[in-house]
Design a protein around this ligand. Structure first.
Ligand SMILES: Cc1cc2nc3c(=O)[nH]c(=O)nc-3n(C[C@H](O)[C@H](O)[C@H](O)COP(=O)(O)OP(=O)(O)OC[C@H]3O[C@@H](n4cnc5c(N)ncnc54)[C@H](O)[C@@H]3O)c2cc1C
Length: 368
């Protein structure tokens, strides 16, 4: 694609799950869309792919929950329309390894049941009947059958097949702004003109050139994961296993993702011995069999976090600017709902009431 040779209704900056899904849904509504992607793996390349609104929700996080449930509800149909997105309708067990964790888990179970969420309390023997690889020492488990998973790398590959125009290996440096209006996207190879621009660059939203007053504040939160493989094939565990400090997500084919650290270390993506030690220590107390698995990959990525941990989805303070960023720990889960909301905004609709907590206007005047 050459500079200024074509103009589009919509330019989406960032070809991760969020940008691609927004482009797909906008195209479905008849817009002529281009995705401009740096061609570098984003957080999606590292993400475990848990679709876990119920097991993620903590006290006071009603807005996250609402968005998460809206998205989880859409996931099956969303994936049905994609070829091989790696969606698994297998549930999650939240597991406590000692009495303190069991008390904390019980309090969370009470809170979640109070919200009407489907949570089943299991005694250790019941949990081990479901997942025999659990350590005999586990104290309590919650069965959350509705929290599923997807393989984010397969999801992104499937989404790419849905989008007509993708400009790969094109790192946008800045938005093109004329007066109070965004009119395109500037890259070293030239400028793409568009009536509306969606910023979906994940954590890199913080580094894209634009007027300071137009920004939403996003910061990187590092997460390390180990990708493991069982030479004996699938079956060590069937469900996602979540402890207080680590989780273990089966892909269903003998591969697993063990994650993830949460580290405030700026833009650093170097895996560390300490990170690996913590992950193996914490998870092996729940599933001792992980020590038999082979290591396929050790990798770290950056979650795009906002100050209130909610995403920024919707119109920005400049005309023609639409945000789809700041999805923090839940961007894979929130992909379908974000895409639907952004496609609606691009077509001139307002954000519905339930999505207002994600309105980027809450950051108006706050610089990154
Ligand atoms: C360790 C870890 C585990 C996680 N686990 C889960 C999980 O289990 N479930 C869940 O829901 N979420 C999870 N997440 C969060 C999830 O990965 C993110 O929220 C999600 O990937 C955000 O999607 P995105 O498309 O906005 O950004 P990204 O996935 O970061 O993709 C951004 C894309 O934009 C491109 N880009 C960046 N800058 C530019 C530029 N200037 N010009 C052009 N292109 C650009 C990049 O190349 C990339 O393709 C996890 C994240 C981490 C790090």
């Amino acid at each position: 694609m050459s500079s200024q040779s074509e103009s589009f209704d919509v330019a989406v900056v960032g070809g991760g799950p969020i940008g691609l899904a927004c482009a797909w849904k906008a195209e479905e509504r008849g817009a002529r869309v281009v995705v401009i992607d740096a061609g570098e793996p984003g957080a999606w390349h590292v993400a475990a792919g848990m679709l876990a609104p119920t097991s993620e929700v903590d006290f006071g996080e009603h807005a996250q929950l609402q968005l998460g449930l809206e998205s989880a509800r859409r996931y099956e149909a969303f994936c049905d329309a994609l070829e091989e997105p790696g969606y698994r309708r297998v549930g999650t067990l939240c597991v406590a390894r000692d009495r303190d964790e069991a008390e904390a888990l019980d309090r969370l179970a009470e809170f979640r049941r109070g919200l009407g969420l489907p949570v089943e309390r299991l005694r250790p023997s019941q949990a081990r009947r479901l997942e025999p690889a659990l350590a005999p020492t586990v104290r309590l488990a919650l069965d959350i059958a509705s929290d599923h998973s997807v393989d984010p790398r397969m999801l992104v590959a499937a989404l790419r097949r849905k989008v007509t125009h993708i400009w790969d290996a094109a790192r946008a440096t800045a938005l093109k702004v004329e007066g109070d209006r965004v009119t395109g996207v500037i890259t070293p190879e030239g400028t793409v003109l568009a009536d509306q621009v969606v910023v979906a660059t994940g954590v890199d939203s913080a580094r894209l050139g634009m007027p300071d007053a137009a920004r939403v504040p996003v910061r990187p939160v590092k997460g390390q994961v180990l990708r493991l493989r069982d030479p004996a094939g699938p079956g060590l565990v069937e469900r996602t296993i979540r402890g207080a400090d680590a989780y273990f997500v089966p892909r269903g084919d003998g591969r697993y993702v063990l994650g993830a650290t949460m580290e405030e270390r700026g833009w650093d993506v170097q895996p560390t011995a300490g990170g690996v030690y913590e992950l193996l220590r914490d998870l092996s107390e729940l599933v001792p069999g992980i020590f038999e698995l082979e290591i396929e990959e050790l990798i770290a990525g950056l979650r795009p976090a906002t100050p209130d941990n909610l995403p920024a989805i919707g119109p920005g303070t400049l005309d023609g600017l639409v945000w789809a960023t700041g999805h923090f720990r839940n961007g894979i889960l929130l992909t379908p709902v974000t895409a639907d909301l952004v496609a609606g905004v691009l077509a001139g609709e307002s954000l519905p009431d339930w999505a207002q907590p994600a309105n980027p206007q809450r950051f108006a005047g706050v610089t990154a």
